[in-house]
Design a protein around this ligand. Sequence first.
Ligand code: NAD
Length: 471
Amino acid sequence: MREPRPFCLGGRWKTSTSTIPVINPYTREEVARVCTGSADDLFMAAGHAAAAFRITKTLPTYIRRQILHTIAALLEERREELVDALIAEGGKVRKIADGEVTRAIETITISAEEASRITGTIIPLDRTPGGAGHTGHLIRVPAGPLLAITPFNYPLNLACHKIGPAIAIGASFLLKPATATPLSSLILAEIILAAGYPPEAVSVIPAPGSVADAIVGDERFAYLSFTGSPDVGWELKKRAGKKKVSLELGGNAAVIICRDADLRYAASRIIAGGFVNAGQNCVSVQRVLIHHEVYEEMTAGIISELRALKIGDPRDPTTDLGPMISEEAAAVAEEMIRSAGARVIAGGIREGALLHPTVLADVDPSLPIACREIFAPVILLSPYRKEDEAFSIVNASEYGLQAGIFTDSLETVQRAFSALDVGAILVNDIPTFRVDEMPYGGVKGSGTGREGPAYAIAGMTVEKMLVINKR
Ligand code: NAD
């Protein structure tokens, strides 16, 4: 039997008797076994993070930047191994897995650049007689150790979105990856240690949510950065105590296709946004709202693009759509489709964890399937008559991550920008668009705070004032 992989506790590799299998959702094989941390291990990690913070917060900028550049270089060096891990643990198709490694390198490189941009302000303080002779120096310092909790769908890049900014500011951390996809995070821990970040500052411990729950209230962490489902995220925020909290949660993203849209281009983008990573994206295209005059033509365009998708083995470099994270998750989505009360015009078929790309047509936007996050390769088409009606449908959601609109009318873009309650509006693109430097995050049920290294750094730091009396 294969040796279970240890986890990283304060820079040391530790085994435990409790282990979990990592299952390839396509082949259903056990690809690895991973030791999981107990609540005690997580509390010990908090102790290490608190002790190491005294060191990390004094590291000079050039060292932090150098370490991040070394991490980026090592990610590149271990690209193939990371790609294989992402395919094996999450069933991610090869081209998306390779793209995730590229993005992780970019996220870490941008974090290195941002480390150099953390500056301060000098404030004269003599606007009133009482301040005469005094000067203020306002600088940003790390708030304290970081508790990072990540989901299964982009386990490497989403970890880098938390760890990159943490190293950029000089914070110690505990990363708790999703139990389904811990392998890429454990490789990342090896890389961070090899790059020379103080070992005690580094803990990466897979543990079930039920075990990790206990650490969320630990006051030794100053910042909780959570990416995952809305129900879990909002619950954890209640228990986070005095910590600063960022929540990157889910949604049921919408795209609006106006009458003047380039329909062929929009169809190809919708296919990419609805089905990439088997629809397991927080900003996956879920609701497609189409002007009624172009509804038939747009629907035909989407179906024709969908037919070109290659479905199947994620290891094959030409596969576009592979399995979902597990057979159970695919079965839940299949049942949602079956009981949706809408017309299935493509897909709806499941083979194990592989759910065929599915399109539901003429969907009433108030149906339960349209109101919740499906998180599967499923898109819902609904016609609308006036743009204001489409804006209301988008806003009727309890979520608000990103929305897309396809139009060349500046007037419509301006109306959409002022009407839609979302974190970002993409013009002539899908809500799924994200580059890693972007400020990224949602409103309403989709979360609070922003990621993208510069914005995460703003969240993870606090302002500190030095006042000097020039006697
Ligand atoms: P999840 O909420 O089930 O799990 C996320 C993480 O939280 C995992 O590590 C899990 O073990 C942990 N967790 C669960 N319960 C916990 C508890 N009580 N205490 C501490 N930790 C706990 O989410 P998932 O299924 O892994 O990921 C899918 C969700 O993530 C979707 O809703 C998706 O939209 C969202 N997501 C959001 C973004 C974003 O940037 N906004 C990005 C990716 C995924």
